[in-house]
Design a protein around this ligand. Structure first.
Ligand code: COS
Length: 385
């Protein structure tokens, strides 16, 4: 078994790490405080090649493997969850569906701009009454001549209401199946289409530097050719996309946990109480040791899931495991890191305070921890829901 990363992956890790330290770290706390999306760092991330990492060069991507993309996400998350959210949502949820299910015209039209970071694209799955029960989509699309007419709404959609948001992939009911279930299809809707409105959501606890939106469709008409892939395949497309997206949430959990560990180790070596560094108290040393073990396990689990994907092997179960475990590891690491910082960990002057808030999203977004356990249970032969 060879655990060595390739030279390209090592170089990517180093360059993303140094970019995140230099360009994101100095602005992350302020963006979080102001709840502001940064177009400046967005542009710089585009120039660095952080979008379309796994997309072929023919469409403007970097032509690297999925593990490389996850390593990049991990390194951004080590410094800031909001920027990692922008990167992860754009790559796996924005670009992913168009790249994997789009026709040649759609790929040529949208991917180059999305891969350069000039434009963002949303993933319109969640609705006010269709969260964990994603198939319960109420948004409808009816074919009228050669146009789809869309009515409904979506919520908690990342990257959909910035001034560079170019559009969104929307899961819609397009009919009924013989067995009574809904026929669900994905439709691409461009920003600026009459009847489509994206409204930014505010007052978030976490990921305050990333863009989150509610989407409204009122008799929104798009050409029939805006259908993504095959009619009726929308739910499968969304679920397959989430398998990949869950790996990137795993990357965010792993990177965030590493960031918490790095801050906790540094602080507890410097902070002295009772005449010695607090890291020298066994109770604290054991916390740091436990964090190191869990981060190592998380990395092995996540990288193995990426390896399965990169080798075209089934990986849904492992993606759910990695997403579940990495987010829960970050939860525990953020908790330990704040505890080790004592009163200072509760202050916004210290980045651990932001990490403690940002980690919570990972146990909820792209399928809650409970949903991951359902997916895993089904894979190990237990039918539950
Ligand atoms: N890849 C491809 N297809 C999949 C799939 C996957 N990972 N998971 C399920 N499907 C398919 C099934 O094969 C089934 O296909 P058929 O209708 O052809 O038989 C169909 O999708 C329905 O699957 P299932 O019966 O398992 O659906 P359920 O409604 O029971 O729920 C869960 C499945 C709960 C796992 C799903 O709704 C889910 O993941 N919910 C969470 C949604 C989520 O993560 N939201 C967050 C979005 S933030 S971007």
């Amino acid at each position: 078994m060879d655990f060595t990363l390739s030279t390209e992956q090592e170089i990517l890790r180093e360059s993303v790490r140094s970019f995140a330290e230099k360009e994101i770290k100095p602005v992350a706390a302020e963006l979080d405080r102001k709840e502001e999306f940064s177009y400046e760092t967005m542009q710089k991330m585009g120039e660095l090649g952080l979008f379309g990492i796994f997309v072929s060069e023919a469409y403007g991507g970097q032509g690297m493997d999925y593990l490389s993309y996850i390593i990049a996400t991990e390194e951004i998350a080590r410094i800031d969850g909001s920027h990692a959210a922008t990167v992860a949502a754009e790559n796996s949820l924005g670009i992913g569906p168009i790249y994997y299910f789009g026709n040649e015209n759609q790929k040529r039209k949208y991917l180059p701009k999305l891969c350069s970071g000039e434009a963002l694209w949303g993933f319109g799955l969640t609705e006010p009454n269709a969260g964990s029960d994603a198939a319960n989509t109420a948004t409808r699309a009816v074919l009228d001549g050669d146009q789809w007419v869309i009515n409904g709404s979506k919520t908690f959609i990342t990257n959909a209401s910035t001034r560079i948001s170019a559009g969104v992939t929307v899961l819609c009911r397009t009919g009924a199946l013989d067995d009574g279930r809904n026929e669900l299809s994905c439709i691409l809707v461009e920003s600026g289409t009459p009847g489509y409105h994206a409204k930014e959501m505010h007052d978030k606890m976490m990921w305050r530097g990333s863009n989150t939106s509610e989407l409204y469709f009122e008799d929104c008409r798009v050409p029939q050719e805006s259908l993504l892939g095959t009619r009726g395949h929308g739910f499968h497309q969304m679920m397959q996309t989430l398998d990949g997206g869950r790996l990137s949430i795993g990357g965010m959990g792993l990177g965030g946990a590493q960031g918490c560990f790095d801050m906790a180790l540094k602080y507890s070596r410097e902070r002295e109480q009772f005449g010695r560094p607090i890291s020298n108290f066994q109770i604290n040393a054991f916390k740091l040791a436990d964090m190191a073990v869990e981060i190592e396990c998380a990395r092995l689990l996540l990288y193995k899931a990426c390896w399965l994907r990169d080798n075209d092997l089934p990986f849904s179960k492992e993606a759910a495991m990695a997403k579940l475990y990495c987010s829960e590891v970050m939860h525990r690491c953020a908790n330990h890191a704040v505890q080790l910082h004592g009163g200072y960990g509760l202050m916004k002057d210290y980045d651990v305070e932001r990490f403690y808030r940002d980690q919570k999203l990972l146990e909820i977004g792209e399928g809650t921890s409970e949903i991951q356990r359902i997916v895993i249970a089904r894979h190990i032969g237990v039918r539950c829901l």
